[in-house]
Design a protein around this ligand. Sequence first.
Ligand code: NAP
Ligand code: GDD
Length: 331
Amino acid sequence: MKRAFITGITGQDGSYLAEHLLDLGYEVHGLVRRVALEDPERRFFRIKHLLDRIKLHPASLESYSSIFHVLTREKFDECYHLAAQSFVAESFNDGFSTMNINVNGTHHMLAALHELQPECKFYFAGSSEMFGKVRDVPQNETTPFHPRSPYGISKVAGFELTRNYREAYGMFCVSGLLFNHEGPRRGFEFVTRKISSTVARINLGLASELRLGNLEAKRDWGHAADYVRAMHLMLQQPEADDYVVATGETHSVREFCELAFAEVGLNYEKYVKLDEKLYRPAEVDMLVGDAGKARRVLGWQPTYSFVDLIKEMVRKDVEALTETPLGVSAR
Ligand code: NAP
Ligand code: GDD
């Protein structure tokens, strides 16, 4: 039985990946913050249905010795390093914490694996934010990086560290350059979930408006359940390599709003209010990925369309508030 170690197992992707690996017959372990163990009901809400099938190890990404300690006790075949300060807007408020968690945390993981388990395959959660002010359209594995936020810069550094451990020590280290991926488990601060959850509240008369920043930004939005399959496939290849994972379609925040409100029969223009405070100091205007290499080499392709994704997110948010399937008595 293969053994996998997931950092960030309590997050959106970590929860879907843990489910996927359990389905494939893996023994799944996760790194969690010690503080999370004190409030499992709240901190483990995405993995509570898995808790009796996974093993959690308290450690801190910021502390090399805590990671070293876990890796001296347990041996793994695959390590998926997903933990990060992942909210781009927050990285402008606190770039120092973002760098510490995302860069030093990644370095600690790689260095501890190199020291103790160099045969363990390593996945780094790279991001389309690394392309930033894009130089090619669509973006692929050869597109130069031009990050536009401390978050984007931290991911470029993590990507370079991962490549360096591959080249310097011959370790099986790969980066997935994943474009935005969402779903009903997405954090509420990200724009898609902010929209779907507020649409549900407005639909039930619990809110009257949705305040947003830049409606014209365009993203290549897929579903997280599809994207974790690509992470696993990358670690099953004969050679370590980096892959773009994307749908190849781009849509604006405005289009997302229009379709999400339409899902409950409302016109977004009536409810969406622009708020200058939600604009970022430097924006990534447009992302669209070319996942041709992932399709060819990994045999990966997404199963969710943009519309399917929005329908599922809005439906789940309405159901969470009403316990009633959408279309029965949502209003
Ligand atoms: P997420 O929902 O924000 O989850 C982040 C995870 O990191 C959580 O489990 C969180 O633990 C953990 N974490 C944060 N700071 C930590 C620390 N100091 N020590 C230990 N754990 C810490 O993010 P996601 O959407 O699943 O994304 C997973 C990874 O993919 C991230 O690295 C993200 O940057 C990257 N990525 C995401 C996307 C996307 O569209 N979702 C696209 C490209 C790349 P707590 O629960 O304790 O906070
Ligand atoms: N969060 C948020 N809140 N974003 C808003 C808002 C708002 O009120 N109004 C407009 N936006 C715009 C942002 O300016 C951005 O252009 C776009 O919506 C998407 O923002 P987020 O959902 O916060 O995601 P992101 O694209 O910045 O980052 C996500 O995707 C990256 C991959 O490209 C995160 O998951 C990152 O961790 C990930 O690497």
